[in-house]
Design a protein around this ligand. Structure first.
Ligand SMILES: C[S@@+](CC[C@H](N)C(=O)[O-])C[C@H]1O[C@@H](n2cnc3c(N)ncnc32)[C@H](O)[C@@H]1O
Length: 459
């Protein structure tokens, strides 16, 4: 048997051209087709690298010297960028990030979807791509008698203290700092993961971008929140915009942040926020998009592609808390939303009532089961909207769409590869992909969302 040897060896120095980036922001170079992953190298750069690990089909290398620098290279503004790992593209300027995401989208469409000529628009980015996240979830630990609150160092469980995160709303940073200070003042012990002892595990802050309302969630291992009444008094005094203080109990040995038991210990159960004209109630556990400004851009595009006149029946598959459904309902005859998480559907129904929307109906279940059943019962859609998780749509759902023949399909995606795979199936089933609009929901990370517009071909 002819086993092909890798063309490079450990400790070898090679000159490479960086072609691409991985999901965690490492540069990718090929030596005779053999991929090498190189941290802190950008596409378009040439470099001398040292091979540090060789696996069967790929290897890792360390950058020794950059021989040609990308015009998009910048100094990452965040002082803890290298240790944190939350962002992967801060060493590239924003123009470069958007161009790179568009190029990647085009390449994935061609390679996986065989959509070589499809129109992929320039990525819609943010005017100010910083301070966009409306939710902070910060782990807490003890150091030398005090508390630290920050982030887990990459590939470790050590918590690095951090006063601010440049992609976080500054209000959330302030909340975390103030709550940390108040906990520290009262000597509240932090959770020790190794010993499974201590109380406070996480401080979570949620911020309504339009309303300015703030929710504070303190997650403890213990059933009681030590010094609860003093904490409430001091938090409400220190943070006037706080509308809700929640105690969540998570006594399990787990990486999951929130536990099952949630108690509102002061104020309201919800804070509110708006996307466009639609108002949303957000509880401690509600899923809500973390970049509300770009969510509006994404949903406006979905609405444009749906091209509604008020006469259409729309199905919104994978609807979450009904954000897209309620947006569409304002311009459709009827919207049906389907989602697998029961609490999300409760939120969706509540949000429909909150906005006096009466033409939206929500069902709990798997989209690939519920929608085929609806079809058998005679419920069909003029427009189908899908917004699946990263793994894309289930085949059974795609087959039902192909049978049901809605005039338009609007595909909202957070996974370009599965989007390309599913578009290919829909194209083979009689649809044409008219255009794809990427939207940058997460600047400085490698993630890219997109909305695709498909129409049923003339038959
Ligand atoms: C990318 S989110 C979209 C949520 C929503 N459209 C939004 O914009 O906020 C995908 C949603 O699909 C749900 N989900 C995952 N698998 C599902 C399935 N098989 N059927 C229905 N919903 C599912 C998840 O719980 C999640 O809420």
């Amino acid at each position: 048997m002819n086993i092909k040897q890798p063309p490079v060896q450990k400790n070898e120095f090679v000159d490479v051209y960086i072609e691409d980036l991985t999901h965690d922001g490492a540069g990718v170079a090929k030596v005779d087709g053999f991929p090498l992953f190189i941290p802190n190298a950008l596409p378009g750069e040439t470099a001398k690298v040292k091979v540090i690990k060789v696996k069967k089909g790929y290897g890792f290398a360390r950058l020794i010297e950059r021989t040609e620098e990308s015009p998009y290279r910048v100094e990452a503004p965040c002082p803890v960028y290298q240790q944190c790992g939350g962002c992967q593209l801060q060493h590239m300027n924003y123009e470069g990030q958007l161009l790179f995401k568009q190029k990647q989208m085009k390449e994935v469409m061609a390679r996986i979807g065989q959509l070589t000529d499809v129109l992929v628009h320039p990525v819609l980015g943010m005017e100010d791509p910083w301070r966009y996240r409306n939710k902070a979830q910060v782990p807490v630990a003890e150091r030398e008698g005090g508390l630290v609150a920050g982030f887990y160092q990459q590939r470790s469980h050590d918590i690095i203290d951090m006063n601010e995160c440049l992609i976080q709303q500054s209000e959330n940073d302030k909340v975390v700092q103030k709550v940390k200070g108040i906990l520290e003042k009262h000597g509240v012990r932090a959770y020790d993961e190794a010993k499974h002892r201590g109380a406070v595990r996480h401080i979570m802050a949620r911020y309504g971008l339009v309303t300015g309302e703030i929710m504070v969630v303190i997650v403890t291992r213990t059933a009681e929140l030590p010094h609860k009444n003093q904490l409430i008094e001091e938090i409400t005094e220190a943070i006037p915009a706080v509308k809700s203080i929640v105690h969540n109990i998570n006594s399990k040995k787990t990486n999951v942040i929130l536990g099952d038991e949630t108690k509102v210990i002061w104020g309201e159960e919800y804070i509110y926020d708006y996307i466009g004209d639609v108002k949303f109630a957000i509880s401690a556990k509600s899923f809500y998009q973390v970049n509300p400004e770009q969510t509006k851009v994404l949903y406006d595009k979905a609405l444009e592609y749906a091209n509604l006149t008020g006469e259409e029946t729309v199905i919104d598959a994978y609807c979450g808390i009904g954000t897209i459904s309620l947006f569409l309902a304002q311009q459709a005859k009827k919207v049906y939303g389907v989602e697998i998480v029961p609490e999300a559907i409760e939120d969706a129904k509540r949000n429909a009532v909150l906005n006096h929307i009466e033409n939206a109906e929500f069902a709990v279940g798997e989209a690939e089961v519920v929608i085929p059943n609806w079809y058998k019962e005679g419920i069909t859609a003029d427009v189908m909207v899908v917004d699946p998780p990263r793994k894309g749509c289930d085949e059974a759902l795609l087959n039902t769409i192909i049978e049901m023949k809605p005039k338009r399909v609007v595909y909202v995606s957070c996974g370009p590869a599965t989007l390309a795979r599913d578009l290919k199936v829909l194209e083979e089933g009689g649809y044409q992909t008219v255009e794809i609009q990427p939207v940058d929901m997460f600047p400085h990370t490698t993630h890219c969302e997109a909305v695709a517009k498909l129409v049923l071909k003339e038959q």
